[in-house]
Design a protein around this ligand. Structure first.
Ligand code: NAD
Length: 535
């Protein structure tokens, strides 16, 4: 194996910039030795070849402070532009992406080794769709509007709601879909009138950087959207700076740190974290589709998708046929460099974790039907793997694996599938394969997950109308959905007085008449007809 399995503690040292010596460690991200007083540098290697591809300067506290100060200074000017003007500038990024799609895809592929179909289909197509959708919605969602009041208030007051930008938003993102997962929150925050400082993952800095480049080229001013580079230290410095909101996508462990840092300063944050999504295959499922879906949805993007299928529960009556189909289809997945279906893991740390989960499952008695090991030779390739007979206690069934593994468990019936699916600390998404949409909805109602998809999985993040977010350890808050843009604002109610009397009847002095009026109001609520009039 060209790639040494990297101990997770060494990786932590690398993240902190005090670990591996230059030229010794073959990690995807490694610290470059530097002299005192110099900025830290990280060297990046290709997950396909192991060869060096780039180096980045790590932005430290000083650079973070400067970027946030520039963002703060630029924010009033950006917010003063009309929503329509902001939307037109942001929408212009679609033309830039369209013109430069080959370069963007190439950057993504250099850093991740994704097949071209995934660079385009997972990253660039949804990015264009998000840009188009959010810039089209901005005016409708963000313009001030009047809200009709109910009942006895209506004759006296008028309610207006206006959406104030929060100020400076910090966005921190992971490496598995570095372009689209950065672009989506950045664009929403900008349209809402905020300025943004974002930090892409240290594994995919240039793919993330493209988000700033396409927006700048479309005419969004430099200080309105800025990129910082670095690892966890840079991310932590950004979270600790003077931000008005943090939008984080990444692991549960980092999410916890960010949640407590934000809580200490009452800074709102949304946390889009990991998952262990279950797929339930009912007895009436189209087994051809379910098996093809099980393979694709657990393995696309090399399984490194927060909402990919990580656990499959199939009811006993169709299990034999389903498992056979999955094994056959998984064996046909072409993986490796070049024009294949599946690329490498993007990070040696991830390859190590996937290998550990599979090895443990095998040792504990699970049956490896297809694949099951890291591929010898250059590159971080792990074989497309099908595991049957995994036990609910194994880490392959309880912890996020984030690799190309279809792990299947037979269950007696749908009730058992639902019980096992819910018995997890995660609650991101889930899927139900059945020919009956009503059954899918009934099962969905019993799943404690942020979303549920029928006869498919993972796609829900790409549906901007759908509020997206995890339950339990999978996150706090939601992105997308009807309240997405408003989530980057403060909804300010402004209550307008209609008649401007000298005093309100409830104001001082309290008299017998005050009491009689209030008492009359309570008694009026006792009348069903009045109740209807007041609702
Ligand atoms: P990670 O938490 O290690 O890193 C995510 C980002 O946070 C990176 O930019 C990293 O540099 C930064 N970071 C690390 N430590 C930090 C700290 N202390 N303070 C601030 N920032 C810090 O996660 P990862 O390995 O990059 O991403 C994989 C994880 O992301 C998986 O768990 C996956 O499920 C999750 N994910 C979730 C979603 C979602 O929408 N729910 C989407 C994609 C990925």
């Amino acid at each position: 194996m060209f790639w040494p399995v990297v101990d997770s503690t060494v990786q932590t040292d690398v993240q902190l910039g005090v670990g591996a010596e230059e030229g010794v460690d073959m990690a995807i991200v490694r610290a470059v030795s530097h002299t005192d007083g110099e900025r830290r540098r990280l060297a990046l290697a290709s997950p396909v070849t192991g060869l060096p591809i780039d180096e980045i300067d790590v932005d430290g506290g000083a650079e973070v402070q400067l970027a946030v100060a520039r963002a703060r200074a630029a924010q009033p000017g950006w917010a003063a532009r009309s929503i329509g003007e902001r939307a037109a500038l942001v929408r212009g990024a679609i033309d830039v992406i369209s013109a430069r799609r080959a370069e963007i895809a190439e950057t993504i592929r250099i850093e991740t080794g994704k097949p071209m179909a995934e660079a385009l289909g997972v990253e660039i197509v949804p990015a264009c769709d998000f840009l188009n959708y959010w810039s089209g919605r901005a005016r409708r969602d963000l313009r001030p509007h009047r809200q009709r009041l109910h009942g006895y208030l209506r004759p006296f007051k008028k309610l207006h709601i206006q959406y104030q930008p929060l100020g400076v938003v910090g966005v921190i993102t992971p490496w598995n879909a570095p372009f689209v997962l950065t672009l989506n929150p950045v664009v929403q925050a900008l349209l809402a009138g905020n300025t943004v400082v974002f930090k892409p993952s240290e594994v995919t800095p240039r793919a993330g950087e493209w988000v700033a480049r396409v927006l700048h080229e479309a005419g969004v001013p430099e200080d309105v959207v800025q990129v910082l580079h670095g690892d966890g230290e840079t991310g932590a410095a950004l979270v600790d700076s003077e931000l008005d909101k943090v939008c984080f996508t990444g692991s549960v462990a980092t999410g916890r740190k960010i949640a407590s840092a934000c809580a200490a300063r009452f800074v709102p944050c949304t946390l889009e974290l990991g998952g262990k999504d279950a797929m339930i295959v009912c007895a009436d499922a189209d087994l051809e589709r379910a098996a093809a879906g099980a393979v694709y949805l657990s393995m696309f993007n090399t399984g490194q998708v927060c909402m990919s299928v990580e656990r499959i529960y199939v009811v006993e009556s169709v299990a034999e046929e389903f498992i056979g189909l999955v094994a056959r289809k998984a064996a046909e997945v072409r993986y490796g460099p070049g024009d294949t279906d599946m690329g490498p893991l993007f990070w040696d740390r991830q390859l190590d974790l996937v290998a550990r989960h599979v090895t443990e499952a095998r040792a504990a008695g699970a049956e490896i039907l297809v694949g099951g090991s890291a591929e010898a030779g250059e590159g971080l390739y792990f074989q497309p793997t099908v595991i049957a007979g995994a036990d609910h206690g194994m880490r392959i069934m309880t912890e996020e694996t984030f690799g190309p593994i279809a792990a299947i468990v037979r269950v007696a019936d749908e009730d058992e599938a639902i019980r096992l699916a819910n018995d997890s600390r995660y609650g991101l998404s889930g899927s139900v394969f059945t020919k009956d949409p009503a059954r899918a909805r009934r099962i969905a109602a019993r799943l404690t997950t942020g979303s549920v998809v029928h006869n498919d999985a993972a796609v829900v993040y790409g549906v901007p109308e759908a509020p997206f977010g995890g339950r339990k350890d999978s996150g706090v808050g939601q992105v997308n959905g009807v309240h997405a843009l408003r989530g980057f604002t403060h909804a300010q109610p402004v209550l307008i007085d209609r008649w401007q009397p000298k005093r309100e009847s409830i104001w001082y002095p309290y008299t017998d008449k005050t009491i009689r009026d209030l008492d009359g109001l309570i008694r009026a609520f006792g009348n069903r007809l009045v109740r209807r009039l007041l609702s």
